[in-house]
Each structure stands twice: as C-alpha cells, then as structure tokens.
Design a protein around this ligand. Structure first.
Ligand SMILES: CC(C)(COP(=O)(O)OP(=O)(O)OC[C@H]1O[C@@H](n2cnc3c(N)ncnc32)[C@H](O)[C@@H]1OP(=O)(O)O)[C@@H](O)C(=O)NCCC(=O)NCCS
Length: 161
C-alpha cells in the first residue's frame, strides 16, 4: 500500500494540534510547558505525522539514565517513549508504527542503548504493535495510572534495525 503520510520533527507551530491529539486519544494529558520542554531537550525524538498537510499523530520521548532491563549491570542511556498517538480516523495505516520506528532510530543520536515505555495492561492494540516492533514486557507496575489500572513496562534493545 502506498504511504500517504510524511514524518517530520515537531516545531512550536504544532503545539496546539499535538495537545489536541493528545486530549482526543489519551487520558494522560500534559501542560504546554511539558511538551515544549521535551521538544527543547530532545528535538530528534519529538516527531509528528502529517497527512494532506494536517498533523494526525505524534510521538514524544525523553532520554534517561537508568538500569538496564536486560541483565547488564550499571546505568545506561535509555530512550523513553513518553507519549504516542494517532487520531482515530487515521489509525491502521502504519502511522503509529512509522513514528515509533523513526523515534527509535533517532534515539541513537542520544546514545540510547535501550528503549522502553509504559502501556495500560488492557491496551491490546498498542501492546500488539510494540511486540511487533520487538518489545517485550519487562515489568508490571501495579496501579500506575490515576484510575488504578496497571502498567506494563515494555522494553527492547537498540539499535533498531
Ligand atoms: C497505538 C496507536 C498509536 C497505533 O497507531 P496506528 O497508526 O493505528 O498503528 P499502525 O497502523 O502502525 O498499526 C500497527 C499495528 O497496531 C496493531 N493495530 C492497529 N490497529 C489495530 C486494531 N484496531 N486492533 C488491533 N490491533 C491493531 C496491529 O498490530 C498493527 O499491525 P498490522 O497493521 O500489521 O496489523 C493508536 O492506536 C493510538 O493512537 N491509540 C490511542 C493512544 C495510545 O493508546 N497510545 C499508546 C499509549 S502507550
């Protein structure tokens, strides 16, 4: 199938639209400052997807120092997918997958050796997608979300090929 969207880096003019998509798609919402701070610190992994000149999805990430999820002892750099979403009417076209792949590629610019994220234990669509991209569940965090739902931490090694 021919790709109908493009990926590019987020810029400040996208802020309103990205916060809109975040509110439509996820119960975890953030202040403008939070979005802009991640953009300022990690511009290579804050990406948007555009279809017919309209922003329809985004991914934003943070580079962190943390313990390895795969046995290695000591601190390593890890890319944390903080939020990813695609508007409902644009789903199932590979946009989510493309955003995550590109973000993982770009995490290497920050020397990240692993990538991880938290996902609601009932979010099977997202969990399937992450598994397809080589992630595995490495931990469960009980009552992680404000409504009491558990989170799976899903992780994979980088580089992504
Ligand atoms: C998760 C999300 C970003 C995926 O975006 P998307 O653009 O639809 O994803 P893709 O088209 O790349 O789909 C990739 C895979 O996701 C899974 N998937 C997509 N739509 C699905 C559906 N309706 N039911 C089950 N699995 C589905 C499949 O594994 C699919 O692979 P396939 O197309 O080869 O079958 C999107 O569903 C979304 O925004 N959800 C709400 C926000 C959210 O849950 N974010 C993740 C929080 S951790």
């Amino acid at each position: 199938m021919q790709q109908t969207f493009i990926l590019r880096k987020f810029n400040v003019n996208d802020l309103k639209r990205v916060t809109y998509i975040n509110r439509v798609c996820l119960p975890e919402n953030y202040t403008d400052y939070f979005f802009m701070d991640l953009h300022r610190r990690f511009p290579e992994t804050f990406l948007i997807a555009e279809e017919d000149g309209e922003v329809v999805g985004y991914i934003m990430c943070r580079n962190e120092l943390g313990l390895s999820n795969f046995g290695f002892r000591g601190l390593i750099k890890k890319g944390h997918i903080v939020s990813v979403a695609v508007l409902p009417q644009h789903r199932g076209k590979g946009i989510g997958q493309a955003l995550i792949k590109r973000a993982m590629e770009n995490m290497q610019l920050y020397n990240a050796k692993q990538c991880f994220l938290e996902v609601r234990a009932t979010n099977t669509t997202a969990i399937n997608l992450y598994k397809k991209l080589g992630f595995q569940v490495t931990r469960t965090i009980r009552s992680y979300y404000a409504d009491g739902e558990d989170a799976y931490v899903m992780s994979r090694k980088l580089p992504f090929k």
